[in-house]
Design a protein around this ligand. Sequence first.
Ligand code: FMN
Length: 147
Amino acid sequence: MAKVLVVYGSTTGNTETLAQAVESGLNSGGAETTVKNVTDTKVEELADYDVLVFGCSTWGEGELQEDFIDFHDEMSNIPLKGKKAAVFGPGDSDGYPDSFCVAIDMIEETAKKCGAEIIVEGLKVDGDVEPAMGDAEAWGAKIAKSL
Ligand SMILES: Cc1cc2nc3c(=O)[nH]c(=O)nc-3n(C[C@H](O)[C@H](O)[C@H](O)COP(=O)(O)O)c2cc1C
């Protein structure tokens, strides 16, 4: 069975909430899933998983969530060839129309440069995350089914 890591960075808890829904979708689709805060995760651990699901909110008008910045920098130096990857996160298109959820695009770009394959389109959640829990769960289930 494919081993899936969900690693997230979250300042006010929204990405963390989404990560729980993504996990439940992955599990319902039969994936073996580990969920970790990026603050407790070393980039070397990525080697232990087949599928990498990154969750990251966008802050500072187009920047990664602060806990994710160093991890992302370090990640850009490690090979991810053969890994499958997907990225999700919340943002706010009303407040930040020019940088809505760009963290997702940045992480996808880096994962691809490192050799990973992006297996589903990134999940960009606009505004409140509670109404999007079903979408996040369905997104996780879609990943599991594609493995
Ligand atoms: C100061 C500030 C800057 C933000 N910048 C962006 C941004 O550039 N793009 C975006 O889509 N959302 C932006 N947001 C919205 C956050 O991404 C959103 O509140 C998200 O749900 C936070 O998730 P977290 O609690 O998991 O960190 C910003 C919010 C704040 C308060």
